[in-house]
Write a protein that binds this ligand. Structure first.
Ligand code: SF4
Length: 503
């Protein structure tokens, strides 16, 4: 834990100081109790226009000081909340500079600590800013590295090509179905994923609730005349349940969702190869599933053991080939950068295997230490790549993807992500996942059904977003799904008002 003593700044900015500092150090705490810090930050803030912020970092151990300052112009109509936002930006800028100088670390995403940088660029473009001006804003206001700006531009271009009506999608909705079971729990995972072995009763009870939710939401969609753009089965690993159970679910969807035949994309995550067999793959094909994922995460046997995947590299390769033989022709694979004991050499080897397989899309995650995962709870047991190695692997992935003809089409960031990097979805042009774009850019309501499914309800009238989470744990879901369903339908009614979509 690093304690940072701060002075000269309103406590309202402590959280922002903590967030920026956390890009450089693990476990940061900001304090204003004098004499308690590992180092100190003294701010001087001059209000008015422009806002002037200067900061001095004093490291008593090295007996050294660093200084930085930043000036932020304010528009005449920026008062109150808007003005405070500008002061906050100026504080973050000055702080980022002084920390970059004192540590020698350059932050690729500047002062941006949110998860969706692409959404920021979409918003600027929707506000009518030409791309060049939007770029300037990303540099001036957020200090984004030019490399990251190029990546964002490429992604936005891809997204609007793949979904030309991206900005008008609020006349439709998407559905997310959460199946909370997996063969075992991976060490880095915080998804609602419960080992399925010995849970027969709760699987059946959960599925009964899910069927009821599908029916009720189907009714609501019918009343509103709202078409469904995409359906995504996630979890957990949906293919953990039996072929019969999956078959009944698809039947229920077909009979309940009014525009089922016109859905643009149906995805089923089949992430764990150990859940797949011929019967299930045949079923996915028969139900016209457009896209599945089979996720290696790594092609190194020892890594898979270390992270608790309980399947082998051989099994990943076999199931991938089986899925191909069964006619599934849009397969996504995930790799994770920075898994324990893996560096650029191991990652390069994983990319070599990918080169042989050529899945239609590849999602490259960077490891993040999520609160509550087994890995985070036992962090000292794992050796992971440092900041430079992580950056090198992110670059390797980007160069490799380009060479292979993949294009980046969605991106998001997570807290405590190694090297303050990002997760990027790459795909061959035309094979992108529409759902991934929609969820990242928050362009339409996604109704979540099942365990741990979070509905993101976007009012087509006001654009306001309301989240409605379902319980994560199967038994809690069984006990309370009716109450949650009633609440969700009420929130949907409020968001959509009396409006019925005319198509
Ligand atoms: S397969 Fe995916 S959802 Fe299941 S435990 Fe592993 S990371 Fe979590």
């Amino acid at each position: 834990m690093i304690n940072i003593y701060v002075s000269g700044v309103d406590p309202v900015f402590y959280r922002d100081i903590e967030l920026i500092s956390a890009l450089f150090f693990e476990d940061v705490k900001v304090t204003d109790e004098s004499g308690t810090g590992d180092f100190s930050l003294h701010f001087t803030i001059e209000g008015g226009n422009p806002i002037g912020v200067s900061v001095t970092l004093t490291d008593p151990n090295k007996m050294q000081q660093w200084h930085a300052s930043h000036q932020r112009a304010v528009k005449s109509d920026e008062q109150g909340k808007e003005y405070r936002k500008r002061v906050k930006q100026a504080v973050s800028h000055a702080l980022l500079q002084v920390l970059q100088e004192s540590t020698g670390i350059r932050q690729p995403w500047g002062i941006l600590t949110g998860v969706r940088p692409t959404k920021l660029l979409h918003t600027l473009l929707l506000d009518g800013k030409p791309m060049e001006e939007a770029e300037q804003i990303l540099i001036r206001d957020y200090q984004l590295h030019p490399e990251k700006i190029e990546l964002l531009k490429e992604i936005i271009h891809r997204q609007t090509t793949v979904i030309p009506d991206l900005y008008e999608l609020n006349k439709e909705v998407s559905l997310y179905i959460g199946i909370p079971f997996c063969p075992t729990k991976c060490a880095y995972c915080t998804f609602p994923a419960y080992a399925i072995q010995g849970r027969t009763g709760s699987v059946e009870g959960f599925l009964a609730g899910l069927h009821e939710e599908i029916e009720a939401v189907g009714e609501w969609l019918k009343e509103r005349n709202l078409p469904v753009t995409t359906i995504y089965f996630g979890g957990g690993t949906p293919t953990s349940i039996t072929a019969n159970q999956m078959d009944s679910l698809f039947k229920k969807m077909k009979n309940s969702i009014p525009s089922y035949g016109r859905v643009r994309e149906l995805t089923v995550e089949a992430g764990r190869p150990d859940t797949l067999d011929e019967e299930k793959l045949d079923l996915l094909k028969r139900w016209k599933v457009d896209r599945i994922s089979i996720n290696p995460q790594s092609f190194k046997e020892e890594t898979l053991k270390l992270i608790g995947r309980h399947h082998t590299v051989k099994e990943t390769l076999e199931k991938y080939k089986l899925a191909r033989r069964m006619g599934l022709n849009n397969i996504n694979m995930d790799l994770i950068i920075g898994l324990p004991n893996e560096g650029p050499d191991t990652f390069r080897q994983s990319l070599d295997v990918m080169e042989e397989l050529r899945p239609e899309s590849l999602t490259v995650h960077t490891l993040s230490f999520k609160r509550g995962s087994v890995m985070t709870q036992n962090k000292q047991k794992y050796t992971v790549a440092d900041r430079d190695e992580t950056g090198e692997m992110v670059r390797l992935a980007r160069e490799w993807a380009k060479k292979m003809g993949y294009v980046p089409y969605y991106l998001y960031r997570q807290k405590n992500i190694l090297g303050n990097q990002e997760n990027v979805g790459y795909a061959f042009p035309g094979e992108e996942s529409l759902y991934n774009i929609i969820i990242m850019e928050e362009r339409q309501t996604i109704i979540g059904l099942g365990c741990g499914a979070v509905s993101k309800i976007i009012s087509p009238m006001t654009g306001r977003i309301k989240r409605w989470p379902n319980p994560k744990e199967p038994q809690a879901y069984i006990n309370t799904y009716r109450r949650h369903l009633t609440g969700k339908l009420k929130v949907l009614d409020e968001a959509y008002g009396a409006e019925v979509c005319k198509i």
